[in-house]
Design a binder for this molecule. Structure first.
Ligand code: MG
Length: 417
């Protein structure tokens, strides 16, 4: 406990934070970071998602070495003051490593708040705006037929929203398998070529509309591989297929050009999982650079900044489509669902089907049923962490780096993964 960081007021009650620590586990092979905050009240603790899977050890060190000691001794109800102190005391503000660490603490404090109130967190946010949360899932394949077969399986299972990605030379489109040797006379025959991608993607969606019909909601993730002009070319080529959104059309380095891209795009633009600055996210909403805000709630700093950005989105006519593939922990999914079910700005929610080991590590992991997720009605997030089980699945470093190193053009140059 650092008595010098206590605020100049006396808390309403004597509950105090007694310990803060990061736990890293990889039940699905993907390193997940969770923060546990313990309190002076027996059995009362909170969990928060701090998953920056590519830099998990740095996040854990930030929690254990720098931020946790600022929280021990504090009343867990002072979430706004605690998170502002953590943010400002870094002076240079927070990038994704520190924001994920902050998020783990922030979400754990909200979990504690809910448990103390005996209410699910979504009720603390204003209660339900809807019965359940419509989710989308991913269909990918080496060929158009394989992709559409995978989509048909999802539709049979009750999903009404599907993201389509198809393979091709190099690593195809993001999330789809690549074919080898597409450019045999190039220095890197296994490369990815933008012209091939811009040609293949509209053909995928033409085939999808012909086979799946016009009423299915379809999405596509560019994964930051295009320039602003190429993004506009692709968006216009996709107009006949009425996508629900086109995701991450340009790299975050060029987000200042998103308002121009969005203005020229007949397809709604979804972006936000790579945002690590609340200010950048607020500017993007205000400047008209986004239709669907895809926050990774731990990268942006947790529930506290997320609820502010979502309120701004609601007021300015932007909707949500939060990031949640396998590199968001089930605790982070629960935080997403609390926002999704309570905000009028809800658009879509990305979903992931966790393996059995993840359910063992995280009792209460949300499960998709008939294309919907439902938040737990348990106090707090309704998701727990079994640390004995978590210890059975230690994380591995450099998984993402090995994959990123393979995403190269036919001339051998690195591409955005
Ligand atoms: Mg994405």
């Amino acid at each position: 406990m650092l008595p010098e960081v206590l605020p100049p007021w006396t808390p309403r009650d004597s509950v105090k934070v007694t310990a803060v620590r990061a736990i890293v586990t990889a039940p699905e092979g993907i390193p997940l970071v969770v923060v546990r905050v313990d309190t002076s009240e027996p059995g009362l603790y909170g969990l928060g998602c701090a998953t920056f899977t590519q830099r998990f050890a740095a996040v854990a060190a930030a929690v254990d070495e720098h931020m946790g000691p600022l929280v021990v001794g504090r009343n867990p109800a002072d979430i706004e003051d605690i998170t502002r102190l953590i943010h400002y005391s870094a002076y240079w503000r927070n990038g994704p490593v520190l924001n994920n660490a902050l998020s783990g603490i922030d979400q754990a404090l909200w979990d504690i708040m809910g448990k103390r109130a005996g209410m699910p967190v979504y009720e603390l946010l204003g209660g339900r705006s809807r019965s359940a949360i419509e989710v989308y899932s991913h269909a990918a394949g080496a060929t158009v037929d394989e992709t559409l077969d995978a989509a048909a399986v999802l539709l049979d299972r009750g999903y009404r929203h599907v993201r389509l990605q198809v393979g091709g030379p190099g690593l195809g489109t993001y999330g789809a398998p690549g074919t080898r040797g597409g450019y045999p006379r190039s220095p890197h025959p296994d490369g990815w070529d933008v012209r091939q991608y811009l040609d293949a993607t509209p053909r995928l969606f033409a085939a999808a509309r012909s086979r799946l019909g016009s009423s299915v909601s379809l999405m596509h993730d560019v994964h930051s591989r295009l320039t602003p002009k190429q993004a506009i070319v692709l968006a216009r080529a996709l107009e006949p297929y009425a996508l629900s959104f086109l995701e991450d059309v340009i790299p975050p380095e060029h987000y200042d050009q998103l308002p121009a891209v969005r203005a020229a795009s007949p397809v709604p633009i979804a972006v936000g999982e790579q945002l690590g600055s609340v200010t950048d996210a607020a500017r993007l909403i205000k400047d008209g650079g986004v239709d669907l805000l895809r926050l990774h709630t731990s990268a942006i700093g947790g529930l506290t900044p997320t609820r502010k950005l979502v309120a701004l989105a609601e007021l300015l006519g932007v909707r949500t489509a939060f990031h949640a593939p396998g590199d968001v922990s089930p605790v982070g999914v629960a935080a997403n669902l609390a926002v999704d079910v309570s905000t009028p700005a809800f658009g879509y929610q990305e979903s992931h089907t966790y393996n059995e080991a993840t359910h063992e590590v995280f009792p209460g992991t949300p499960v998709v049923r008939d294309g919907h997720l439902t938040p737990s009605d348990e106090p707090g997030w309704g998701v727990d962490l079994d640390e004995t089980a978590a210890a059975k699945y230690p994380p591995t470093k450099f998984l993402h780096e090995r994959w990123s190193a393979r995403v190269r053009r036919p001339d051998g140059g690195l591409e955005a993964p």
